[in-house]
Write a protein that binds this ligand. Structure first.
Ligand code: ATR
Length: 284
């Protein structure tokens, strides 16, 4: 019997997940198919009935459903519950279990390629995280788990305050504080999780915020933007101009998919195959 997987999102048709997972299934000669499920919110109830009846064996979950799927699940993993967002669902004999592979993916993306010149102190490293949506929650959680102190800033400050209060209760060895957007401060890592480029890409961002200038970025050692369309965001460009270690959004996208593949199939993901499929899809 063919195994069925897919991404639940709205919109879903531009997702890069099908390309990565189908390439992996093909390379590993698995009888499995990964589709895009573009489901409107009013149809979520019906969709989850279909997931159980078909059955669909596993789902990736993306915008805007990472929080909204939680009531449909029978089980939720501890990290996903604390983050408050699920990006992976697996169907185990009719029971739907939710996981979050974004938080480990973000810290792997940040820490995996650091060279000797990046000089991150072992004790008390600090990250400034921009944004306070679902992605920011996963990134902050991943960093705190790695022992990194976090200053989180968001356009709507109350949302950053909320994350800081909530996570400060969970983590006692590391600090998390909300900071104003016009005074984000400095640190070892700067991570943009906001959808500033994604949403404004067509209109163009009229004036670059100060946090995307080489003058500001120079205060950090490592800069990551989780946006992958475009890959070379103004923040990444500023980081390159300032000679900083710049990490583009395809890294986190790949790492979350690798862990997801392992949850779906129980097999280690073919990293090279999935990386190549993603790279080719991104230049299309
Ligand atoms: P995700 O799950 O990808 O994090 P989200 O929950 O919609 O998506 O969150 C989007 C984030 O990008 C929010 O922090 C949002 O700020 P607000 O809370 O003020 O809405 C931020 N964001 C979106 N557009 C922005 C812009 N033009 N400038 C700054 N921040 C922006």
């Amino acid at each position: 019997m063919i195994k069925k997987y897919g991404i639940l999102a709205y919109p879903a048709r531009h997702s890069l997940s099908p390309v990565m997972h189908n390439a992996a299934f093909k390379a590993m000669k698995m009888n499995a198919k990964y589709s895009a499920f573009e489901v409107a919110e009013k149809d979520l109830d019906v969709f989850f009935k279909i997931v159980r009846s078909e059955p669909i064996d596993g789902l990736s979950v993306s915008l805007p459903y990472k929080e909204k799927v939680i009531p449909y699940l029978d089980r939720i993993d501890d990290d996903a519950r604390k983050i408050g967002a699920v990006n992976t669902i697996i169907n185990i004999d009719g029971l739907l279990a939710g996981f979050n592979t974004d938080f480990l993916a973000s810290s792997k993306a940040i820490f995996s390629d650091l060279g000797p010149k990046d000089h991150i102190p072992r004790k008390d490293p600090v990250a400034v995280v921009i944004g306070a949506g679902g992605a920011a929650r996963a990134v902050c959680y991943g960093l705190l788990k790695m022992g990194v102190h976090v200053w989180v800033g968001n356009r709507t400050k109350s949302k950053a305050d909320g994350i800081a209060i909530e996570f400060a209760e969970m983590f006692t060895d590391v600090e998390i504080h909300s900071v104003p957007m016009d005074d984000l401060g400095s640190g070892d890592f700067l991570v943009n999780t906001s959808s500033i480029w994604t949403l404004d890409s067509e209109a163009g961002v009229a004036e670059l915020p100060y946090f995307c200038t080489p003058q500001y970025v120079k205060h950090f050692k490592v800069v990551m933007d989780i946006c992958y369309r475009p890959l070379e965001t103004p923040l990444i460009q500023a980081a390159r101009l300032a000679g900083k270690h710049a990490i583009t959004g395809d890294k986190m996208l790949l790492y979350q998919a690798l862990d997801q593949f392992q949850l779906f199939t129980g097999e280690k993901a073919p990293v090279g195959i999935m990386r190549k499929a993603l790279k080719e899809a991104l230049v299309d």
